[in-house]
Design a protein around this ligand. Structure first.
Ligand SMILES: Nc1ncnc2c1ncn2[C@@H]1O[C@H](COP(=O)(O)OP(=O)(O)O)[C@@H](O)[C@H]1O
Ligand SMILES: [Mg+2]
Length: 114
């Protein structure tokens, strides 16, 4: 399921970044969290989109005009999977332009903590 969550985000990065763009993926282990960040050099999110991208079937205005063939479910599914694992997914724009998807999941099972 986690593989699915991350691959939805990577599919978007690839799909919404133009040719010769760049996608940067960072992943690190910090205490009991695995943190990740995926940055791309595509158009990023419109101001009014950021709060809505986790809504089922939501697709950005630009996506309607383009033959990108998405269903508008990818981000919803990713967020739910990550939350169910006790983590968080945050949508933002990168200071370098483009989308920034970041978040974390616990690296230790709830039951084995302490
Ligand atoms: N990396 C990205 N860069 C720009 N816009 C994005 C990116 N990822 C998602 N989006 C926007 O968020 C919307 C929802 O994403 P998603 O749920 O994966 O649906 P879709 O099937 O359209 O890819 C997309 O339609 C697009 O407008
Ligand atoms: Mg998608």
């Amino acid at each position: 399921m986690l593989e699915r969550a991350i691959s939805n985000l990577l599919d978007n990065a690839v799909r919404y970044t133009p040719d010769f763009g760049e996608i940067k993926i960072e992943c690190s282990s910090v205490t009991d969290q695995v943190r990740f960040a995926i940055r791309d050099t595509g158009p990023g999110f419109a101001e009014n989109e950021i709060d809505r991208v986790f809504e089922p079937l939501f697709r950005g205005e630009m996506s309607w005009n383009r033959s990108t063939g998405g269903s508008g479910l990818g981000m919803t599914i990713s967020e739910r999977i990550i939350r169910r694992h006790g983590g968080e997914l945050v949508v933002d724009n990168s200071s370098l332009g483009g989308a920034l998807l970041s978040g974390w999941i616990p690296s230790v099972k709830e039951s084995s903590r302490r």
